[in-house]
Design a protein around this ligand. Structure first.
Ligand code: GRF
Length: 204
């Protein structure tokens, strides 16, 4: 069993997908902590309903507040094997990224390396994809490095968007595949089946 920490900022549908996927499976990865920069988000309500420990990297928090260095210490002490960014909007400081090299993954709602970078989150991504007139979009899970959306790509899934009439329609189609892709990658990581060879990420 491996230990996970999931970072969230909003709705938390990917967090829910992870819980649902691993629920009642034997030897499943354990979500030990959920961390947020937004104490009032739906994702935090959901984590609390699952009795998962939550803490906050936020000035707004009235309890459970930690600094980035405290978060590093806590996650190391509790033997966290994988950090998952599931809709976390704050940029991770370099010290955090260095402390968990190749142990932080992010899910992005488009096919990287296109449609990523600063400001490319939420509906902004889908608007840009829509306006480009791209005919496919998709989801990407990648390792996190010091730059937004630039770490090595682990896995991607595509979806046909040739007939969509709005960015919201793209968002709906992409979200469905995100909910399959993220648990898939986490389960492969848990089985030790994700390797980096000759500068490519391989899933065995
Ligand atoms: C998802 O589209 C994810 O790809 C992106 O932010 C969104 C988070 O959605 N990074 P949710 O909070 O998991 O519902």
């Amino acid at each position: 069993m491996i230990n996970l920490t999931v970072f969230v900022s909003g709705r938390g549908s990917n967090l829910k997908a992870l819980y649902n996927f691993f629920d009642k499976k034997s030897n499943a990865p354990k979500i030990k902590f959920v961390v947020s920069d937004n104490p009032d988000c739906q994702a935090i309500d959901f984590a609390k309903s699952k009795k998962t420990d939550v803490f906050f990297i936020s000035k707004k928090a009235t309890s459970g507040k930690v600094s980035w260095s405290e978060a590093i210490r806590l996650l190391k002490k509790e033997n966290i094997d994988l950090v998952i960014l599931a809709g976390f909007l704050k940029k991770l400081p370099d010290e955090f990224v260095k402390a968990f090299e190749n142990k932080i993954i992010n899910i992005h709602p488009a096919l990287l390396p296109s449609f990523g970078g600063k400001g490319m989150y939420g509906i902004n991504v889908h608007k840009t994809v829509y306006e480009s007139s791209a005919k496919v979009s998709g989801a990407t899970v990648h390792f996190v490095n010091e730059n937004y959306d630039e770490g090595k790509i682990i896995a991607q899934r595509c979806v046909d968007i040739s007939d969509v009439k709005s960015p919201e329609e793209i968002a709906d189609r992409v979200l469905k595949i995100e909910h399959e892709l993220l648990p898939y990658v986490v389960s492969k990581f848990a089985e030790g089946k994700i390797k980096i060879e000759n500068s490519r990420v391989i899933i065995e």
